[in-house]
Design a protein around this ligand. Sequence first.
Ligand code: HEC
Length: 255
Amino acid sequence: MSYSVIRPLFAAMALMAATPAFAAGDVAHPKQQQWAFDGVFGTFDKPSIQRGLQVYKEVCAACHGLDRVAFRTLTGVGFSEAEVKSLAASYDVQDGPNDVGEMFTRPGQPSDKFPNPYANDNMARAMNNGALPPDLSLIVKARPDGANYLFSLLTGYSDAPKGFELPEGSYYNKYFPGGVIKMPPPLSADQVTYQDGTHATVEQEARDLVNFLQWAAEPEMEDRKHMGIKVMIFLLVMVGFFYVAKKRIWNNIEH
Ligand code: HEC
């Protein structure tokens, strides 16, 4: 095969590699928000995380699991052991096998993780128009610019632009790749009643959820950042120390 024949082939291959599965123009850039957990000195906004748990529990948990989060870790965001115990007990957890080899359900305990709403993925798909609602434990880390993406997705539903063909059972959301998502808009104003009196707008609910899911994805973030700062301070002190030591040693040597 001569080069002139191969060249268009190479060009086509390069183009295929460069083109993502959906056209890049199809997805909007996430709205950039300010978060308490941003930056080197970022911390968790615990009241917001607690409200986010409430939104997850009352809205998202109907379709999404949180398989990697154990109830007992919630003491880290300000819940008492008694609150954690009663929250865990409000869930039915499958356990077993028992002495006669059968699985059984029992009330949840603090060491259990949030149980999945569906028995398996096929059941989840069957109940959601063929789409699988992903587990939310690590979703903030699993998407680029996860926190801003999640906030934008939850607040980004709108009518489809004129001429846009929306398939049956789908919704328009410009932040979702391709613009067509099978999750019905989950949030509306006053969908939850916050105990601390915070006004539950859609934006507020989304913010609280993002704070909650950011914590769920990396509960040890604050420790990691504190350790980083300590290490930097230690290194700075050592640089000063070695500088003085070097000066003293080389001072007496002629050069
Ligand atoms: C009625 C069921 C239902 C509820 C309630 C629901 N979701 Fe979903 N969700 C879905 C389905 C189905 C999908 C998959 C959509 C698709 O692939 O088209 C999904 C997808 C997602 C995704 C993944 C988007 C991506 O980038 O892949 C996120 C994040 C998400 N939901 C968050 C939430 C949050 C947060 C809540 C609560 C406020 C919530 N969902 C409530 C059904 C639901």
